[in-house]
Design a protein around this ligand. Sequence first.
Ligand code: C2O
Ligand code: CU
Ligand code: CU
Length: 422
Amino acid sequence: MTLTAAPGARLAGRETSAWAFNGTCPGPTLRLRPGDLLRARLINHIDQPTNLHTHGLHVSPHGNGDNPFLTIEPGDSLDYAIAVPTDHPAGTFWYHPHHHGTVADQIFSGLAGALLVDGGPAPDLSVADDLVLLITDTTLDGAGRVAAPSRMSRMMGREGELVLVNGQHQPVITTAPGAVQRWRVINGCVSRVLALRLADHHVTQIALDGVFLPAPADRDEMVLAPGNRADLLVRSTRSGRYALVSEPYDRGSLGMMGGGPSAAGPVTLATLVASGAAEASAALPTRLPAPSTPPDNVSRRRQITLAAGMGGMGMGGTSFTIDGRTYDPERDDQTVALDTIEEWTVVNTSTMDHPFHLHAWPFHVLTGAPAAGVLQDVVLVPARGSVRLRIPFTDYPGRSVYHCHILDHEDLGMMATINVRP
Ligand code: C2O
Ligand code: CU
Ligand code: CU
């Protein structure tokens, strides 16, 4: 397939000069199966360098695979070949550009899409609808241009005035009373933590970050850091209109910068409208495919320290670092032996939360954040807190990155490299 990044997206019902993959925001939904080879030519028709990242896929970071070190200059193209292993989990992933320094700008401007892996072990779900809800945010001016962030909003992580679901502002989702829908919710926002609630409902979470949970879990509120995904089963028992909102979420603040939740009240994302003849209420599954348990033969422990705050010598006295350094693609920050299990303690010394993300090798959360009981790829590290992770480095030698998924922080240097060597 071909993915062309170019200006001219229709967003929130308006013609804009925002960027899009293949003319739409989000870009086309890619559907793969375990064992597939994704061949994608990425053509760059925007005025910045770009590249492609398949967020959450357990695939090789090498060569023309899921390689964040590649650069496609304006006017150039590159042919990707990404081999999905035959035992890859079936679930919800996404893709977005990953060229250091421009990641936040490019996603804020519309470059993102869903990537679904079908097949593989899956629970027996008889759902009436299987929907992707790719949530992004942006700010448009009167002329349909994407607003540039202020320096302060880059520091805190920019949040857009418009929160969009599949590029639409507050769309309506229709259903019939009793019918079960699967919602594959992707937090594609550059910086915004989503705290989702559906009025008068609880929802049933069946997967996190593309992997089925050990058992379905009822949720009144579903917190998703930037980059996280959740698969939810939604069933309305009565006709009505129900708002899907994101509640204000307090990420903390940096020094003198404005604290408290960024939004004063809940932000409406969409409305679920249940109407028409009731369907026989379908049963929700009680069992999901057998989860993987964290392997316990740990061969090495490391501490990774995320720091951000005033008092540094960086931009306006604020620096965003991992282990005291900003990103350098030439340096190997961690060297790991292939086929080993490691335990990483990720410490956050700053006064705001940072979502930690590792490419290519998903991890188990052991402590410091709610443990999903399955492999995941983004975890929110609380302000002045830490999380402990167990990471199987099985498969895929090669170099890649880990970073804060508040993508303004990543672009400001809160990213580091990992080299997994055979
Ligand atoms: Cu969602 Cu390094 O990426
Ligand atoms: Cu990623
Ligand atoms: Cu951060």
